[in-house]
Design a protein. Sequence first.
Length: 345
Amino acid sequence: MTELKEFSGKDRDEDRARSWISKVKSAFLRDQAPDEEKCLVFGDLLTGPARNWYNQLSRSTRHKWKRLLDCFMIQYGGQGVSVARQYYLARKRSDETPLEYLHRLNVAAKLAKIAIKEERLATAATRREHVEHFIATLDDRDLAKQLTLLRLRDIDEMEDTLRACQRMENRQIKSTMGSNKFHQRAIAPTNPMASKTTRVMRSIREKVESSGSESESIGSEEEVDRRRVCVTTTPDPEKPNKDHRTWQKNTGEGEGRDQSGRSKECTHCGSTRHDDQGCWKRLTCQKCGRKGHPSDKCFFVCAACGEIHESGKCPMEEFFNLIRKWYVPTKHAGMFPPKVEEMLN
């Protein structure tokens, strides 16, 4: 019986209490322990608040295994509480994901005989109430607000949404583990108590809003030639500064010309439309690692997710497809920023 863990009862979790007592009973049955030994071992396994509860019991109760087991189930196992009450008192645990809590809540609803999936028995109102009860009992308010805005109709849509978020979260974790030497980034959340799923959904909205502005930043060759880069921190042409540069339109009045009035040729590329400091061949992109363009003009990086991948393999695509199925322009107009609605339409 040395493999049995101690029980404190601090978390007030009925499921864990029932699981723990089930393991204890299995160990007693395997070792064929007598009732007196069961009572002694059971008392030694209790700690903290559970130990205080055990000590306040009468001596006759502590020395009778059947009565002691019934008292434990009433105190910690939820015995005597209706299954419907257990469903409405359910709360998400801190060590389980939203998808795991959804499955546990579905089991509680099934035991309480609440129809949430059967097409013949479950009504639209019942399904919607189950979704609202799930959102209301989450321990993350930010995630609850995001799910409320989606206005999911039943638990199947909720499960698909949470599964898509979990897959995207797993992909983001893999991408930050050093699979690409140009995209090793450390995850530094502003709020350490926020759940991972909340950060995933928040990053989705930020990336969608910025995708429109990034797609418009790549202009034609003529527009690129009319612009130049000014390196502001060092006069050394052999050491380009990647962090401090400003964009200005080249007016051509007195700049890049010699004393005779003719345009000077760039020593790097031979062009007369910019000087040596404005040549892009001196720059190295921090996003893709290639030379010949600045970081904010990189067209090798996906505008939606900010990563480099093959065509059609963007991790945002699955989430956007799910949102497009739900989104109705006439019904949900004004709910998202204008650029997001353009992408959904």
